[in-house]
Design a protein around this ligand. Sequence first.
Ligand SMILES: Cc1cc2nc3c(=O)[nH]c(=O)nc-3n(C[C@H](O)[C@H](O)[C@H](O)COP(=O)(O)OP(=O)(O)OC[C@H]3O[C@@H](n4cnc5c(N)ncnc54)[C@H](O)[C@@H]3O)c2cc1C
Length: 314
Amino acid sequence: MKHKTKDNIHNLIIIGAGPAGLSASIYASRYGIKHKIVGALLGGQISETHKIDNYPGMEDMSGFEFSQKWGNHAKKYGVEILPELVEKINKENNIFSITLANNNILQARTILLATGTKKRKLNIIGEKEFIGKGVSYCATCDGFFYKNKIVGVIGGSDSAATATLYLADLAQKVYLIYRKKELRAEPFWVNLIKKNSKIEVLYETNVVEILGEQKLEKIKLDKEYKNSKELDLDGLFIEAGSDPATEYFSELGIEMDEGGYIKIQKNGATNVLGVFAAGDITDGSDKFRQVITAASEGAISARAVYNFLKTNKK
Ligand SMILES: Cc1cc2nc3c(=O)[nH]c(=O)nc-3n(C[C@H](O)[C@H](O)[C@H](O)COP(=O)(O)OP(=O)(O)OC[C@H]3O[C@@H](n4cnc5c(N)ncnc54)[C@H](O)[C@@H]3O)c2cc1C
């Protein structure tokens, strides 16, 4: 199968360069489907992670190194990865037109949506104003700026737990602030948190306001901690979960579940002919959103694309 057909229409465009998109690309290449990837961040979410240590065969590796290895593996087969954002997709006469942020338009017979999720904002008073001035959504990216400082992390999931542990290596003190009675992160992380003397967990507590002059100086809590509802901080990391990144294909009429995740069949096909999806953006893999499941869905979808193109040969 050719990368571009005579009419300049690609057989496949993969949108997303995370584990799902890169794994799909490796399989697509090996099926002989020459294709392109459009993906803003090589490696996806895992590239911004401090460490990954649960992917078989890749022990205790930084998220950045892990992502580079995957990117290089996909590129070994000659795929071009465009580091661009997709803004819009529409479909006419069974051809998809994919509009990029740089105004280029790619056309394709099939598309594979692998754009994962994006970090949820909490809309706390002051949150928006202090983004980049003390409020961050990425501990690995910004943690360095808080060496020997006092920081807070909001959340109770695996990503909140790993961000907290990472920050504890750098900061003087880390408050993990969670609205429930118990953290919901893996027990492995919870044990490490409990053993770390730099970390204090404030359970059943919400942050209601972020305060400061030029930059974040303190936060207001909805209940007292050491006789005050105010807590002095240098930085606040928000790890409050994620939502699927789906706005750009709203015109396609793709079926989603109540949480906004794409409904897929066992082979990664969606309800729209020629559209496949893989990874964190789908309702697949029992919603167990991990690198290993994203990679698996990517591989399965690439095979489905191959079968689809074979059956619908032009
Ligand atoms: C802090 C943290 C720690 C984690 N630790 C682990 C771990 O230890 N082990 C583990 O297995 N999993 C871990 N995960 C989960 C894992 O990162 C995800 O399950 C996995 O990255 C999902 O892969 P994906 O390819 O579906 O999506 P993503 O990794 O989210 O990749 C999405 C891709 O799509 C691109 N994209 C998004 N929107 C657009 C657009 N409009 N146009 C173009 N490109 C777009 C992005 O730039 C990116 O390239 C962690 C996640 C976080 C946040």
